[in-house]
Design a protein around this ligand. Structure first.
Ligand SMILES: O=P(O)(O)OC[C@H]1O[C@](O)(CO)[C@@H](O)[C@@H]1O
Length: 488
């Protein structure tokens, strides 16, 4: 089994990324950046004052990277927020999950909650002091997968700031859930549930506008393109945002007035290819589309609206939604969130919203919409090119699909192995052989991981705004044709 290490990516083939030494040129061609430790923290944990070198993994050791910011500033806040939620909701939780009587049980539940808060604080401390990752030794169903992965990491890359950032983030979210999962009283508890529910309920006006807007639509590339772009721009959740980041342009959420007004922010737009891939009006064959979902709330709603369009217009006969096995990256959709969303909509006081909710439930009952079987691969640290050997069943189920829609930034990072590729590199090359079927990636750019851009675009944007890759203000809708390989 291949090690998931940074050094192993020394480049087995021409196409594979090669890690570079810390003193090579940066991707904008600027001069060699010396190793300078600017603060005590940087010196202690060997943080280099430089951007992520070309072809290297995203990693916290590069101070001028989104990865460093994520590890240093954003992830500790995620853990603090969970501690706050547990503390605030203590009584509610004890009543819900612990037995209310006899009194011993209540006390035991409170005691366990205290232990979990302690474990989360310790995880935060380990993150902030760059401690090594620890194995899993509880009842986690994916324990073997994780332990195997961690054991193969070389010691010098087994810590938060020295590992590939994708691994560090996945590890943190997985560890966090293991505390609840291994408890007696809190087992099924999702500490992010309120944030997720709020990300739908507080956008209910947008839900209504989008519902009305999409009731009578043509079966055309134009409308399909609009729905894809609405789904793209909805890929934004404030909880994952850097609080210091500048506010988003006005097209943030409700782009209905003029979807095309934001088109200059779409750096690669292959909507026409995606449309052509699905437009099988002549073929009339059963056609499955898979959505690898990202965030709950309004974003999920826009994804379902796109899926509804595919079904109604005969572009797909069924849509399979892939959700996360447990709480993940704060707002990612779990099966519970998916069902809650449909129930919430169907029971809404607004007649139009309740009708759309009921229609979605009906689609679920008829099998036009399906929740894919839970796979722990979506919550493991492996990039997607490792799916074939890590979860062959999932890989072969995706081979049944006509189109796999990968939604969001994290999916994109996993498609590209969290590597800082040359921005003009072809997406197909970056996938490193991962092509179970036709693939489409719809994502706001929130990390310095991108490919498929025309020559010069990245350089021009970097001059305008050095933080454009982590701002979330730009997006891509990209497509890779897998049909030649699989005979569609
Ligand atoms: O919900 P999305 O689009 O996957 O974005 C979340 C991602 O963006 C980041 O905030 C920046 O890459 C990551 O922490 C996380 O992978």
């Amino acid at each position: 089994m291949e090690s998931p290490s940074l050094v192993r990516y020394g480049g087995q083939t021409e196409d594979e990324p090669k890690t570079k030494s810390h003193s090579e040129r940066t991707d904008d061609g600027s001069n060699i950046v010396p190793r300078i430790f600017k603060t005590e923290f940087d010196a202690k944990y060997k943080i280099y004052d430089m951007r992520t070198p070309l072809n290297a993994f995203m990693c916290g050791q590069y101070k001028r990277s989104g990865a460093y910011n994520t590890l240093r500033n954003r992830l500790p806040v995620v853990l603090t927020n969970v501690i706050d939620t547990l503390t605030k909701d203590k009584s509610e939780l004890v009543a819900e999950f612990g037995e209310v009587s006899p009194i011993d049980f209540e006390q035991a539940a409170r005691g366990e909650l205290k232990v979990i808060i302690g474990l989360i604080s310790r995880l935060k401390y380990e993150l902030q002091t760059d401690k090594p990752f620890q194995g899993f030794d509880g009842q986690e169903p994916d324990r073997a997968l994780w332990n195997k992965f961690l054991n193969l990491l070389p010691d010098e890359e087994r810590t938060f700031f020295r590992s590939c950032c994708l691994y560090s983030e996945c590890y943190m979210h997985r560890k966090l859930y293991s505390f609840v999962e291994n408890s007696i009283f809190l087992k099924p508890y999702d500490y992010h549930v309120k944030v997720k529910e709020n990300s739908l309920t507080s956008f209910i006006d947008d839900v209504l506008s989008l519902t009305k807007y999409t009731r009578r639509t043509d079966n055309s590339l134009e409308i399909f393109g609009e729905l894809l772009r609405i789904s793209l721009w909805s890929n934004y959740n404030d909880t994952a945002r850097d609080p210091e980041a500048p506010p988003l342009p006005a097209f943030n959420i409700n782009v209905l007035e003029d979807v095309s007004a934001a088109d200059e922010f779409i750096l690669a737009n292959q909507v026409a290819d995606i449309w052509q891939c699905l437009d099988n009006r002549k073929q009339k064959k059963p056609c499955q589309v898979d959505f690898v979902l990202d965030n709950a709330g309004y974003e999920l709603f826009t994804d379902i609206i796109l899926a509804e369009f595919m079904i109604e217009k005969g572009l797909a006969t069924k849509v399979l939604f892939h959700v996360k096995a447990h709480p993940w990256f704060v707002t990612d959709v779990t099966a519970r969130d998916f069902k809650w969303t449909l129930e919430y909509l169907s029971q809404h006081a607004d007649y139009i919203i309740s009708l759309i909710g009921k229609k979605f439930l009906q689609f679920l009952a008829e099998g036009k919409f399906q929740l894919a079987p839970i796979s722990h691969f979506w919550t493991c640290p492996y990039p997607y090119y490792r799916m074939r050997d890590t979860d062959p069943d999932l890989y072969s189920s995706l081979q049944q699909s006509k189109l796999i829609v990968f939604k969001g930034d994290l999916n994109y990072r996993k498609l590209l192995q969290d590597v800082c590729w040359d921005s003009t590199q072809d997406l197909n090359t970056c996938l490193r052989g991962f092509l179970p079927s036709n693939i489409c990636a719809v994502r706001r750019v929130k990390a310095e991981v991108i490919c498929g851009l025309p020559e010069g675009v990245s350089e021009t944007l970097s001059k305008k705004d050095p933080h454009w890759m982590i701002s979330g203000n730009y997006g891509v809708i990209q497509f890779v044709d897998g049909s030649r390989e699989f005979g569609y």
